[in-house]
Design a protein around this ligand. Sequence first.
Ligand SMILES: CC/C=C\C/C=C\C/C=C\CC/C=C/CC(=O)SCCNC(=O)CCNC(=O)[C@H](O)C(C)(C)COP(=O)(O)OP(=O)(O)OC[C@H]1O[C@@H](n2cnc3c(N)ncnc32)[C@H](O)[C@@H]1OP(=O)(O)O
Length: 525
Amino acid sequence: MDLIHCCVRWPWKNFPTSKTSLFQKEERLRHYNPLPLTVPAFSNRMPAQCVFSRIEGKGKRSPPPPPGGAPAKLAAASPVASRKWRSSAHALRGAPRRAQTPGSVTYVQSNLPRRPVPRSPRLRPGGAARAPGAGRTARSHPGAATCPFSAKMALASGVRFAPRALLRPWSSPVELFHHDRYRHHEPPAPVHYEDKHVSVVKVWGGTEPSRYFLITARIHKWPSGILRLGGINGDDISEAPRVCPWARRWVQTASAGPAAALSTGAGPSLPLFLLLAEWVAVMKLRNPPVNALSLELLTELVISLEKLENDKTFRGIILTSDCPRVFCAGLDLTEICGRNPAHCAEYWKAMQELWLRMYLSSLVLVAAINGACPAGGCIIALSCDCRVLADNPKYRIGLNETLLGIIAPFWLKDTYVNTIGHRASEQALQLGSLFPPAEALQVGLVDQVVPEDQVQSTALSEMARWLAVPDHARQLTKNMMRKATADRLLRQRDADTQNFVSFVCRDSIQKSLQAYLEKLRQRKG
Ligand SMILES: CC/C=C\C/C=C\C/C=C\CC/C=C/CC(=O)SCCNC(=O)CCNC(=O)[C@H](O)C(C)(C)COP(=O)(O)OP(=O)(O)OC[C@H]1O[C@@H](n2cnc3c(N)ncnc32)[C@H](O)[C@@H]1OP(=O)(O)O
């Protein structure tokens, strides 16, 4: 099994959603001293992923910070680092204006006016209908002189934003643009911003109401090349054909996870205005040939889930398969065929544990089903919050236990009923139905059926949609919906294990399992 850390642009975890909190933050920010802040580093926990950067002056570029330097320190200080870092604006008040290090990453913010700025609506989406005074707001902002990037962005997009918005360390006009689109329920559209230092070639929005986006940026002052950051299309993170070495390194390390990016010290030195923070793990099942749930794989899955649950950096997991044509073949029949009762018991306990962990996981679990998904494979998928199935008639999904001469235990049945309803489950369970994609969608077993090459990207889109909901509310709701089903197993866990062991150890069942395995092997030949 593989754990791949994949970046999903997700800036909103700490973003105030209610009008009051938004207002409070604005009020605080209004009184910030407009001194330029040198951002010493970044932390993957910072709510601010967007760091405007500018290459100041014509001097030599400063080298990237050494490994274990400021970034590592800040990361170590995390999660309070971001708070400290934000409040450093206060600390700097009254301090002499610092000379900017050429090439250092700085916030684009300066000389903010203290006059009130219209607050609502904060932004208006750009496009043809430019909001009245859009350009004026940005141009008349004294900081605009030293901040052509933001001014131009405002002009180009036609959005009207308060200059102080630039102070908000967790946000940028680009983000605000999308946030606003989100609020107004408008479809996202590519936008184009220009500046002599940086041009954002395109901002690829997700489908509403997701708030992720991928940014393609050209960095003029660096050896030219287009750098695509983000990864909502699944795999664009390493697509950096001709970028400066720092950028390349950052992109490479970023795909290995935030920790790796930090440990090289590559992140903060980049002249990029986008840093990625919130992380989604992509878990790839890799137990060839068919990802049968062996005891080892079950154990691995349980451990990985626990790790990810405990690591507050993660908010979601995309579960998919690394084996061609098969998502998961369900229980590894060799683990229950010809084995002693103790082994069968251990095996079944591991299966229960995995189901309980997945079913009640506080993370968002999205199944990107890129292959056949029978029996236990289907249960793994049903334990997720959302399922995206590749549109291939060979990729069938369902609980086919009866065809093997065995019976789905009550908690498998409950999971089925909770997903597709009683009558459909009654029918499908008795018949051991395996649904092709179109039928699976119709019956409600999966949420989306998409072409095979779009499974991962759709799963990411789905993930963004689920992550758009505040964690606590989503988690409590999930718990409310699923707890009773999980509790039922928790109450009878030992009895269920005994049932399973005595059932599968029966001679008749062993014979039918053997025959089924034999049939599978012969079918191959
Ligand atoms: C009143 C109540 C009382 C008691 C209740 C208590 C307990 C209930 C008891 C039991 C409940 C148990 C619940 C079980 C849930 C399950 O998951 S059972 C497993 C069901 N799985 C299947 O039916 C899937 C079978 N496999 C396939 O259909 C195909 O292999 C698949 C479509 C997945 C892939 O097809 P293909 O790519 O063509 O591969 P092959 O068929 O050629 O297979 C390649 C090799 O893999 C071996 N294999 C396949 N599936 C399994 C498996 N599940 N376990 C182990 N091995 C498997 C196959 O034999 C081939 O092996 P070979 O290479 O030939 O050695």
